[in-house]
Design a binder for this molecule. Structure first.
Ligand SMILES: [Zn+2]
Length: 487
């Protein structure tokens, strides 16, 4: 998941519906109970997370870690007995490797090091650059305009504001335009305040239309303690100067792969349920919550259904997407490759909010799915109340499915363990509470199976004009355009 979201939640309590008088009680369906029991008793999700984080490590696209993870995941799918296991290739237009990055505060009280990390897919400084610091505030267009005449030959400091849904989405999609405007005004480089605790730095691409487009300027994350230092000096009119030396490696186009495996359905085998998460990560840490946790949950879903001796009516397709962090490049490639199957793709389920306890589903602008989601939540009553969040946003691999009108759900999870370490060095397996995580995995697995098994479809595919209307109403269309999902 690329950023924080939330609010406006429709709560679905898991109260059973009354049975009409005289109605025959159907034999209890034990499939959910078997799957949930399997996950809690024998689930391998933690083992998978540890393999991805401790044996493989960070999985930035193009890195050896990403390639090893793809190979490992395909092998694991085969070991689990999935069919049609394959790696589906697509092209990333450029590779990027992190080099050393340093920043030095040069002031009348002497030089001192600042804590910085480069954003990914940003250029290096091509030798050290040095300039006076200019505070660009929150980085909105009016903030840039206010200081534009002062930026030439200087280093820009941006301190994004706001933590609610709309503010964070705004900041995220504002980044590429902001950095371009700073470059046009003559800035040398950009320091972006990290919003993480304890001097942690954040990383992500600035240019998010992926496939390897580089940011307009060298851009680094600056620890918030150092932001405080620089702003105090500015307020004392001390005009701090910052020297920045960033040496990233930019390389040629390369091939990446999504990893796909299937559990064949029975009488409705032509219909597909996609269960997916992204296998890639950013590179400051090993991406335990973002998103080894989701990837491991996808594999465990396959394992637990098989181990329960169940065979779904529809085919479940397990997809480990790559290139998510660069702008959902892998899931966009998947949807393009499988366009002819989208009419018979009944749902895409995505997990990408870490390992926190499950709390419901994001239904991505779809209110017509509420009743079906309520039904699906009935066998999950022991996990507490489930909510349906209708907001639509492009933040992870469901987005290209949403743009095609395919019913798509993101598992709604407790976000409190997730955002403090998101895209940082501290996104490590110790942040996982095993019971909360098992609950999330069990909900994903049981729901995937029920969607594949129940006679009625989760929902219909929206017509193009309905998708357009939804995109306008929710403003998600602007995000699809920014991300290259809508050309
Ligand atoms: Zn993610």
């Amino acid at each position: 998941m690329m950023r924080r979201l939330f609010p406006l939640v429709l709560l679905i309590t898991s109260l059973p519906f009354p049975t009409p008088a005289g109605a025959q009680t159907a034999p209890a369906d034990t499939s959910s109970a078997r799957i949930i029991g399997e996950v809690f008793a024998a689930g391998r999700q933690l083992e998978y997370v540890n393999t991805l984080c401790d044996q493989i490590g960070s999985r930035l696209m193009g890195s050896s870690g990403a390639r090893r993870a793809e190979a490992w995941a395909a092998e694991e799918m085969k070991r689990l007995g999935l069919s049609n296991v394959r790696r589906e290739p697509y092209t990333m237009a450029a590779s990027w490797g992190r080099g050393p990055a340093s920043a030095t505060l040069v002031s009348d009280t002497g030089a001192r090091a600042l804590a910085v990390s480069s954003y990914t897919w940003t250029p290096g400084t091509n030798g050290a650059v040095e300039g006076e610091l200019v505070d660009v505030g929150a980085g909105r267009p009016e903030d840039v305009a206010r200081v534009a005449t002062k930026l030439k030959g200087r280093v820009a400091l941006v301190v994004p504001e706001g933590a609610d849904l709309s503010a964070v989405i705004y900041n995220f999609y504002r980044a590429p335009g902001l950095v371009k405007e700073l470059k046009d005004a003559g800035a040398l480089a950009v320091l972006v305040a990290a919003d993480k605790p304890h001097a942690m730095q954040y990383t992500a691409p600035v240019e998010f239309t992926a496939t390897g487009r580089l940011a307009a300027l060298p851009t680094v994350s600056l620890a918030h303690e150092d932001v405080g230092l620089l702003r105090r000096l500015l307020s004392q009119n001390r005009t701090p100067r910052v020297r920045l030396d960033v040496r990233n490696q930019i390389g040629p186009a390369f091939e990446a792969t999504n990893v796909v495996g299937e559990m064949a359905g029975s009488d409705l085998a032509q219909e597909l349920v996609v269960v997916g998460a992204h296998l890639d990560s950013n590179d400051l840490g090993p991406g335990a919550l973002d998103n080894a946790a989701g990837s491991a949950a996808v594999l465990e879903t396959a394992r637990a259904i098989k181990a329960s001796g169940l065979k779904p009516r529809r085919t479940i397709r397990f997809v480990l997407f790559t290139g998510e962090e660069e702008g959902m490049v892998g899931s966009i490639a998947y949807v393009e490759r499988h366009r002819a199957e989208l009419d018979r793709t009944v749902a895409a389920l995505v997990m990408d909010i870490g390992a926190g306890r499950p709390a419901g589903w994001f239904s991505m602008g779809r209110e017509d799915l509420d009743a079906r989601i309520r039904e699906l939540s009935e066998p999950l009553a022991q996990f507490g109340d489930f909510a349906v969040e209708h907001a639509a946003f492009a933040a992870t691999d469901n987005a290209p499915f949403m743009a095609e009108g395919v019913p798509n759900l993101i598992l709604l999870q407790d976000e409190t363990p997730y955002f403090p370490v998101h895209h940082t060095i501290a996104d490590t397996p110790d942040k996982i509470d095993p019971r909360d995580y098992a609950s999330a995995v069990a909900v994903l697995a049981a729901t995937a199976y029920q969607i594949a098994e129940r006679p009625q479809r989760l929902g219909r595919r929206l017509k193009p004009e309905e998708v357009k209307r939804m995109a306008e109403e929710t403003k998600v269309g602007e995000q699809w355009r920014a991300a290259g999902i809508w050309k």
